[in-house]
Design a protein. Structure first.
Length: 119
């Protein structure tokens, strides 16, 4: 069982597929609200105001700090399109890649947003 860090919270790391065929990666504490903001063009993201999201391609629930959420977001953003597509298809692989890269254990769980909304 993983030991939770002091000051840990629930964060969502997500990849959106946009109407131009590209991916947008972000993190948030409230995935449903943030996705609705992206759809309405009200998110603090110039990219998704220009290229509307068509779906949440993949998301992960993280129990950790905001610093860790930002680190994971940056890691995904730096990946190639092919790697992002593999993470979308095989979301459990993200934790393995992160553990290798940062030599840390993450409390990170893939979440199938298409079947149910997060709490």
């Amino acid at each position: 069982m993983k030991e939770h860090k002091k000051n840990s919270n629930v964060f969502w790391i997500y990849i959106l597929e946009c109407d131009n065929g590209n991916y947008y990666t972000g993190y948030t504490k409230d995935l449903t609200k943030r996705y609705e903001q992206h759809l309405a063009g009200k998110a603090n993201s110039k990219y998704t105001r220009s290229f509307k999201p068509i779906r949440i391609a993949q998301c992960w629930q993280l129990l950790d700090t905001v610093g860790t959420a930002l680190k994971i977001e940056r890691f995904i953003k730096k990946q190639s399109r092919v790697t992002k597509e593999l993470l979308i298809q095989f979301p459990a692989n993200l934790e393995t890649k992160l553990s290798r890269k940062f030599s840390l254990d993450f409390d990170l769980k893939p979440f199938d947003y298409s079947n149910k909304k997060p709490d």
